[in-house]
Write a protein that binds this ligand. Structure first.
Ligand code: 5RP
Length: 254
């Protein structure tokens, strides 16, 4: 493999290693996540060859991955046709020691969670900056929360005054006046929580999800089976669920 410097090299390393390990010849229905690491997932899958891929269906988590699948000449499907997915591979904004994740930096977390839960195996790929001990350690933007537009102001008020996220804010678009609009025509709120409030992410997830108007929360708890992190030195750190524990190991630089 040719050298790709810095963060891009780390992303590609994670993606290639995860595909080599988890996308096997007998896997026919494959979920493709969103973000800047996922193009390397599709690139590696494409390298497995036309013969293998012509018998497979690829399910996207949003507009970006749909385009990746089409551009790569792979077969496109949707989760309402294929309720069980063999493997879904996706990026993450942060992963803790228990493999809980913050996702939704790209505002795709509703579809991402559906595809993650539909998968027999859900795998995360990321660069080393995403590998943390607890959520919120490095990713300070907060928990992405998809909300129906009509209810956004009320959800914001409840996040700020009831759930303890005073700096929760509506995510604004960069090259458009107004808010980010998701692939599902909803808005996104980013809600930062103190370490004390996010230390039990499953419980926080339940509280946020119960707010009327919330569609989905970018906290993925107890879903991922493994996470692959590309490191600067060319090694890959793998966290994987084994029984009730999460084991961490590193594969040396090649
Ligand atoms: O959750 C996501 C999009 O909603 C992405 O997977 C997450 O933001 C990570 O992206 P990247 O690989 O660019 O760091």
């Amino acid at each position: 493999m040719s050298q790709l410097p810095g963060i891009e090299g780390a992303k590609r390393l994670a993606a290639y290693t995860a595909v080599d390990k988890h996308i096997l010849p007998h896997h026919k229905i494959i979920g493709i996540g969103s973000g800047s690491t996922v193009p390397y997932v599709v690139e590696r899958i494409t390298q497995q060859g036309t013969e293998l891929n012509k018998g497979r269906i690829f399910i996207p988590t949003g507009f970006q991955s749909k385009e990746l699948i089409i551009e790569a000449g792979l077969n496109l499907g949707d989760v309402d046709q294929f309720l069980t997915i063999d493997v879904t591979i996706d990026g993450a904004d942060e992963v803790d020691a228990q493999l809980n994740c913050i996702k939704g930096g790209g505002a795709c977390h509703l579809r991402e969670k559906v595809l993650a839960e539909a998968a027999k195996t859900f795998i995360i790929v990321a660069d080393y900056r995403k590998n943390g001990k607890y959520l919120g350690e490095n990713f300070a933007h907060g928990v992405p929360i998809e909300v129906v537009p009509f209810a956004y102001a009320k959800v914001l008020q409840n996040l700020r005054s009831v759930l303890g996220s005073p700096n929760a804010s509506l995510r604004m678009a960069k090259a458009k006046a107004g808010p980010v609009v998701t692939d599902n025509a909803n808005f996104v709120i980013d809600a930062p929580f103190s370490r004390d409030l996010i230390k039990d992410p499953s419980s926080l997830l339940t509280k946020i999800k119960l707010l009327t108007g919330v569609v989905e929360v970018g906290l993925f708890c107890n879903i991922a089976q493994a996470a692959y992190f590309g490191n600067q030195d060319g090694s890959v750190t793998i966290k994987r669920v084994e029984g009730t524990k999460v084991i961490e190991e590193s594969i040396a630089a090649s």
